[in-house]
Each structure stands twice: as C-alpha cells, then as structure tokens.
Write a protein of this length. Structure first.
Length: 150
C-alpha cells in the first residue's frame, strides 16, 4: 500500500499542516507506540540521500549534499508509519557521522545493516531487538557524491 512521506503532527502543534518527515527521538510518546509494534515499522530502500549542510551557496541558499554508498548499491533506511486518513511514514534519523558530519550536516537517515537477519528484526522483531539496531553505528559509510540523482 502506498504511503505519503511525512505524518501529521500531534494535536496542538505550532503548525498543524506541516508534516513530520523524520524521527529524531524514537522514545518520544508520539512515536514509541508505533515503534514498539513491528507492523508499523518499515524499510525505505534508497540509492542516495540529500542532506542539508551548514553554510550557504553564492545565491544565499542552504547547501545540499548528496550521499551514497561507495559501491553505489541500494541501502535500507529505517522507517515508521502511522495509520491516518492517508497512511504516512517518517524516516528515523541519527546524529550525522563520517562524510555527512564533515559536510556540516546535523542528522542523517538511520541506515539498517543489509543482512537479512537485521532487516527481518526491524520488520518483525520485538522492540528490544529492533532498538539495538538503532543504537548501532551506521553499518554502511556514505560518501559525498557530486551528481544529483534523477
């Protein structure tokens, strides 16, 4: 079933129309119920990601940085979805590391290990086991790419 990227914010938020695209705090009461139930955890396949870095370009716009695995392969980003009028999902993020941190990015997607056991744990395992995947260092180092994907 297709899902919209970005879930509606909780009631009483400052901007009730601005969707939440990322999860920085998985222990938040807004997310924890869905994360504890494996049927709401998902995987988002990707070949690259765009992250905002520090600084501005010559026109005063924030700097965009594209990152991908060195081998150019597909990787899995941890996600969680909420059952709304239009089902939607958000990507789990972590503090930036490696090339993303060097580029001045504050956060990066939470990349899951690519082995089948880890992916099955994220999709079907109990929260204690899935949470361990969140706490591990990034399993696939990302490098900055100059090209912008189509």
């Amino acid at each position: 079933m297709p899902r919209l990227w970005g879930v509606l914010p909780p009631p009483g938020s400052d901007d009730p129309m601005r969707r939440i695209a990322t999860v920085r705090n998985p222990e938040s009461p807004f997310w924890i119920g869905n994360l504890r139930n494996s049927e709401f955890r998902c995987i988002v396949p990707a070949t690259s990601v765009m992250l905002w870095g520090s600084g501005i370009d010559y026109e005063g716009r924030r700097l965009k940085h594209w990152f991908a695995p060195e081998d150019g392969g597909i990787f899995a980003i941890a996600g969680v979805w909420k059952d709304e009028d239009i089902p939607a999902f958000a990507l789990l993020t972590r503090e930036a590391s490696g090339a993303a941190k060097t580029a001045g990015c504050n956060a990066m997607p939470l990349i899951l290990p690519s082995d089948d056991c880890s992916l099955q744990t994220w999709l079907h395992g109990g929260w204690d086991a899935a949470r361990l995947l969140i706490e591990r260092p990034a399993p696939i180092p990302l490098i900055e790419r100059d090209l912008i994907p189509d």
